[in-house]
Design a protein around this ligand. Sequence first.
Ligand SMILES: Cc1ncc(C[n+]2csc(CCOP(=O)(O)OP(=O)(O)O)c2C)c(N)n1
Ligand SMILES: [Mg+2]
Length: 362
Amino acid sequence: MPRKRVRLEHAVEYLSILDEKGRVDEKLEPQIDKETLLDIHRTMLLSRRLDERMLTLQRQGRIGTFAPAKGQEASQVAAMAALTGNDWFVPAFRETAAMLWRGTPPENLLLYNAGYSEGGAIEEGTHDLPISIPVASQIPHAVGIGYASGLRERDEVTITFFGDGATSEGDFHEALNVASVLKTPVIFLCQNNHWAISMPRGRQSESRTLAQKGLAYAIPSLQVDGNDVLAVYSAVQEAAQRARDGEGPTLIECVTYRLTVHTTADDPSKYRDEEEVEKWQEREPITRLQTYLKKKRWLSDKQIDKLEKEIEEQVDEAWKTAHERIESLNDSQVIFDHGYAEMPDYLESQRQSFADRLKEGE
Ligand SMILES: Cc1ncc(C[n+]2csc(CCOP(=O)(O)OP(=O)(O)O)c2C)c(N)n1
Ligand SMILES: [Mg+2]
């Protein structure tokens, strides 16, 4: 009965194609047509500008708490661009950029963040799931969807997004285990943005990479530069092909950074250094993509200025639409309405007392 070694051939690959200086590894460069790349760029920029507008609106008290996507646009948009509309999209709560790529109107995001749940409703016939606030709770849902696609023999891949903090949750581990055993066509996309509110990545887990957590479940897993559109696109494209070929799930750890607040209810100056943010600002994904597109002569400064104006108008228009809807509903008590099919007595009385208080204030 000797003491033996069980050999495990494990290593985690790190993929980077377009670096922070805009240099490209041509051997690894994926074939993405000009139109798709310009669409990716436009969506990333729209997400950034919408985030900024929402932050202002929140500070003015016009909308409620939300979680900005600033800095994580490449991880989200490039991943979605490598999939089709028929594939399933299972977001957490920070996926504004991915949602915009899927066609969610910006006014819906504004309405949702202003507390009107109709803004979060999913359009019939799309393969998108709603925003999920409880950390990691959406990951088992994605595996269930993937399992169903397999049973129905449909050519569908499911992608789910979650953060570094979510990899400490039981839901994450249970979902990975089942996905691996059942070989479900699921892509687990972890946006390691280095923070889970005030908990730094280094204290979240002693694992050297988060990707290696997938290896424990025999799931092909890798790290990619999450601010590199080309690397994220390639990794997701490869994972999708594996899923379509019946080879099951993949875990992709996108190494990125949350460039701003966790949510609008947070003050990061209490727990992280501005120097760290500045360091990551230099690796920012939108400028990097612009450098690449300019080198290819697919985008010029003049075109960027024009695009910025168009986006500003689009965001103005979206807020006008959302604001008009809010005014027409004229019901600030709507926040009480959608938690239960039948409202419990205690909530009914809270709704009433809120209404009375508003009346008193008139
Ligand atoms: C089950 C659960 N616990 C706690 C929270 C409060 N909470 C919201 S976001 C968050 C941190 C999540 O960090 P991470 O998974 O890294 O995602 P990120 O916010 O960085 O995108 C926590 C603890 C929650 N929403 N759900
Ligand atoms: Mg995080």
